[in-house]
Ligand binder design. Structure first.
Ligand code: GUN
Ligand code: ZN
Length: 434
């Protein structure tokens, strides 16, 4: 058996619990001069370099980094692959933005060659930004998801995706039917769910673009296969919420539509939730559902400010989402920069350790994958990053003034972006080198 054990020496930091639950000090582990050991695609040890090195064979291969921080790979719990080509579309809020920019852009994915080209660009962009796992919306076309999974499989990435189900209130060129969406989703599930590190997500776009028949069949798919994910949007925009009330007058509210069709559960992730009420947060928490907090999108589309303290009060699982292309950056560091401002505008705070938690372990918990990703605990997948303190002249100068790992972390999240990610590893393999 060839020796696949490798070691990485640098400052090492990971979240081990939610600071809102255990307090900041107990929420993380930090090794100023640490060592991370990987073996056969998994982490086998983590600790102070001087201690661990003494227990390892003298000839083990060690990569030693100066002025760098090793963290778990970032987890993006909400992103749209077919919107890669329309980031930064001017002037509209959600519903007009969808009609003017989004639907025409997504229609291009009827062409498999286009889908393959964008899947390649999209995955490179994820890895350049340090995102090792994402929960991904495809377009309505099954080939958008095939292309994505084919590319992800080649790199042995842990990824989750699904084909959009959308059978009304969208242009004819972009709608499926309740029946065809069920058949096409089922074929994708059979092909990809549980293959390597890939998982499938049943993906009704949002309540306004699905008929009751389609939502019923989405619920049926979830009942037919174990461990499937469900992803959709909820309560992002006030006009959208009014529209849902008109379309489903018999339901108590937006969440109740999804609840009625049996779409809530431990692997269900709802994007945005900007305008959720207390009762809806309680119901989401009770069913083990999660929210994807998408600050750059909520600012860009003028949707509103997500109430993280309310979610915390209900012990609701929250991950971070870039929501490309409503969001404006693939970088979860930049997403945290904006998340901080969302809290500031509500008179609240977002500590750097809560931010780290949201981008890593919090996302893993939202996806029920905390035994595999989100930390650097031995036995989990070797998905990790090397962040460069000298990525830009300003970052290097600013970090020289930092007096604690808390300050360093906060500055990385404020000034950092794709340039900060020196290397990305997935299943122990180098998948991005700046
Ligand atoms: N709601 C329904 N579809 C979308 C989408 O593509 N992006 C966002 N941000 N919200 C949505
Ligand atoms: Zn979205």
């Amino acid at each position: 058996m060839p020796l696949t054990r490798k070691a990485y020496r640098a400052a090492i930091l990971h979240s081990i619990a939610d600071p809102a639950v255990v307090g900041i000090e107990a929420s993380y582990e930090y090794f100023e001069d640490g060592l991370l050991v990987t073996e056969n695609g998994q982490i086998s040890a983590i600790g102070p370099a001087c201690e661990l090195l003494a227990s390892l064979p003298a000839d083990i291969q060690v990569s030693h980094y100066q002025d760098a921080l090793i963290t778990p790979g970032f987890i993006d719990t909400h992103i749209h692959l077919p919107q890669t080509g329309m980031v930064g579309a001017y002037g509209e809020q959600l519903l007009d933005w969808l009609n003017t920019y989004t639907f025409p852009c997504e229609s291009q994915f009827s062409d498999k060659a286009h889908a393959e080209e964008v899947a390649g660009i999209f995955i490179k962009e994820l890895l350049r930004n340090g995102t090792t796992t994402a929960l991904v919306f495809g377009s309505v076309h099954p080939q958008s998801v095939d292309s994505f999974f084919e590319a992800a499989e080649k790199l042995d990435l842990r990824m989750i995706a699904g084909k959009v189900m959308m059978d009304r209130n969208a242009p004819d060129y972009l709608t499926d039917t309740a029946e065809s969406s069920y058949v096409d989703s089922k074929a994708l599930i059979e092909r990809w769910h549980g293959k390597g590190r890939l998982h499938y997500a049943v993906t009704p776009r949002f309540a306004p673009t699905s008929t009751p028949e389609q939502l019923t069949l989405a619920g049926q798919l979830l009942s037919e296969y174990p461990d499937l994910y469900m992803q959709t949007h909820i309560s992002e925009n006030l006009q959208e919420i009014e529209w849902v009330k008109e379309l489903f007058p018999e339901r108590k509210g937006y969440l109740d539509v999804y609840d009625h069709y049996k779409l809530l559960g431990e692997r269900s992730v709802f994007a945005h939730g900007v305008h959720l009420c207390d009762d809806e947060c309680a119901r989401l928490a009770e069913t083990g559902s999660a929210i994807a907090f998408c600050p750059t999108s909520n600012f860009f589309l003028g949707s509103g400010l997500f109430n993280l303290p309310m979610a915390e009060k209900h012990n609701l699982n929250v991950g971070l989402g870039t929501d490309i292309g409503g969001g404006t950056s693939f970088s979860l560091l930049q997403t945290l920069n904006e998340a901080y401002k969302v809290m500031q505008l509500q008179g609240a705070r977002l500590s750097p350790f809560k931010s780290l938690y949201l981008a890593t372990l919090g996302g893993a918990r939202a996806l029920r994958l905390e035994d595999k990703i989100g930390t650097l605990q031995p036995g989990t997948d070797a998905d990790f990053l090397v962040l460069d303190y000298n990525a830009t002249p300003l970052l290097g100068y600013r970090l020289k003034q930092a007096k604690s790992i808390a300050e360093t972390l906060f500055v990385l999240m404020t000034l950092g972006d794709d340039r900060t990610v020196l290397q990305t590893y997935a299943a122990g393999n180098l998948v991005h080198q700046r």
